[in-house]
Write a protein that binds this ligand. Structure first.
Ligand code: ARG
Length: 473
């Protein structure tokens, strides 16, 4: 007999059971579900809605059920549809009819919203921690490469030389925004929907704030209709995760390029690459490629969730059961990618000489020749044209700017003096970008200092919030 079987005259069609059940995936919420129930039942006793002895037996039973599920000793069935009814059934088997008092003043609608929030807030802390570890690995590479110069690209054409440290710091900034977004979203996730009942609240004199406090929420989702039908926090998470995986995917693409023979700028550690079954010489950047590929499924989950929610009337609709798999998969996908990326970046061998050679063999100092002429009062547009001519000449002669003699230079412009060789040296070109956020060494050092201090702030946040979400352990 189903927990809700009273008004039914025959058993559910087996295919319906199979189709509508969520136990195959929502069992992931088991421990959160039980934690929520423990807080709920304590509140029921405190508010004198059920006797204290009953609450005690229920609590004891719930703990046994939790342990059995954890040990894989509990039978979770499709006939009991989802994790909420499976736990309730197991509880009643454990403690008898008194277990049936647990669901007083509660619906699966507020219960499932609660479980989702407990799961997600826990995951947010873990993801933020993983993001900061990746930031640390990038910061270390930046610190170690404050004198490493490589061509900076636009349109994948060599543009202006930059410090490798500067390039790493760009990613530190990107992941810092990701952390900031997840931290901000935590505030909206960390509210308790419990007490909303099915949609309208409950007739029992419950204390929603008591439950919220017990579970370390920052407050309640006020409106009961909103509390059960809101899945904005899932969409917001999927959107934030999409940005993170997009950042990882862009970094992946760079690693794939840089580790190719054509670039030969980095060598990824053997421990983070794989081989070919046929070509013995191959060492493939599979992790980076797979992370790049997995951005697809994360974006897919975001689109899926937005589409599922669009057009749903308030309040709960069964469609909303579709909120889980995409969220779980996104958490796992992002966790997996971040956990690999931090050590992969940390162990990456940066081929400084190859980078430098690429800088020496290009025209990425051409802007500096133009700027040099501008400093001698030639209008920038005219300087640009002169340098264009110089570059064309070099291309025809198959040489680079620094290969020109001073006479060659002066044949293009009388304004050029001997000091041009210093000005056009890669190191000078880099250090000339001495503006806030520019690639000059001292400016990159500033970025590292500031990012490091903001990272310390994230770590403090993690410590405080890891404690907050720790109700399960
Ligand atoms: N398994 C359901 C879900 O994941 C739980 C809520 C069901 N509520 C209901 N009224 N049928 O959405």
């Amino acid at each position: 007999m189903k927990l809700w079987g009273g008004r039914f005259t025959k058993p559910t069609n087996e295919l319906v059971d199979e189709y509508t059940a969520s136990i195959s995936f929502d069992q992931k919420l088991a421990q959160y579900d039980i934690q929520g129930s423990l807080a709920h039942v304590e509140m029921l006793a405190k508010c004198e809605i059920i006797p204290h002895e009953d609450a005690e037996s229920i609590k004891k039973g719930l703990k046994t059920v939790a342990a059995k599920i954890k040990a894989g000793e509990a039978e979770l069935t499709e006939a009991n549809e989802d994790i909420h009814m499976n736990v309730e059934k197991l509880l009643i088997d454990e403690v008898g009819a008194v277990g049936g008092k647990l669901h007083t003043g509660r619906s699966r609608n507020d219960q499932v919203a609660l479980d989702m929030r407990l799961y997600l807030r826990d995951s947010l802390v873990t993801l933020i921690e993983l993001l900061t570890k990746l930031q640390e690995a990038l910061l270390e590479q930046a610190q170690a490469n404050l004198d490493t110069i490589l061509p900076g690209y636009t349109h994948l054409q060599r543009a202006q030389p930059v410090l490798f440290a500067h390039h790493m710091m760009a990613y530190v900034s990107m992941f810092e925004r990701d952390v900031e977004r997840l931290r901000d979203s935590f505030k909206r996730v960390n509210r308790s929907p419990l007490g909303a009942g099915a949609l309208a609240g409950t007739t029992f004199p419950i204390d929603r704030h008591y439950v919220a406090d017990k579970l370390n929420f920052d407050g309640v989702v006020e409106n009961s209709l909103d509390a059960v039908s809101d899945r904005d926090f899932v969409v917001e998470f999927l959107s934030n995760a999409s940005l993170s995986i997009m950042h990882l995917s862009r970094l992946s693409e760079e690693l794939v390029q840089w580790s190719s023979a054509e670039f030969n700028f980095v060598e990824l550690d053997d421990a983070f690459c794989t081989g070919s079954s046929m070509m013995p010489q191959k060492k493939n950047p599979d992790v980076a490629e797979l992370v790049r590929g997995k951005s697809g499924r994360v974006y897919g989950h975001l689109m899926g969730m937005l589409t599922t929610l669009k057009g749903l009337p308030i309040a709960y609709n069964k469609d909303m059961q579709e909120d889980k798999e995409g969220m779980f998969d996104t958490v796992e996908t992002l966790k997996g990618a971040l956990a690999l990326f931090a050590p992969m970046i940390a162990t990456m061998d940066v081929k400084k000489d190859n980078m430098y050679e690429a800088v020496a063999k290009d025209f990425s100092n051409a802007t500096d020749l133009a700027d040099y002429l501008v400093n001698k009062d030639l209008p920038f547009r005219e300087a640009h044209a002169v340098v264009g001519q110089v570059v064309l000449h070099c291309i025809q002669e198959n040489i680079y700017l620094l290969d020109l003699s001073i006479e060659d230079f002066q044949s293009f412009s009388e304004l050029i003096d001997e000091d041009i060789y210093d000005v056009l040296a890669p190191k000078s070109v880099v250090n000339a970008r001495d503006v806030v956020g520019g690639t000059a060494k001292n400016r990159v050092e500033d970025q590292i200092t500031q990012a490091t201090s903001r990272l310390a702030d994230s770590k403090e946040w993690i410590e405080v919030h890891a404690e907050k979400v720790n109700v399960l352990k």
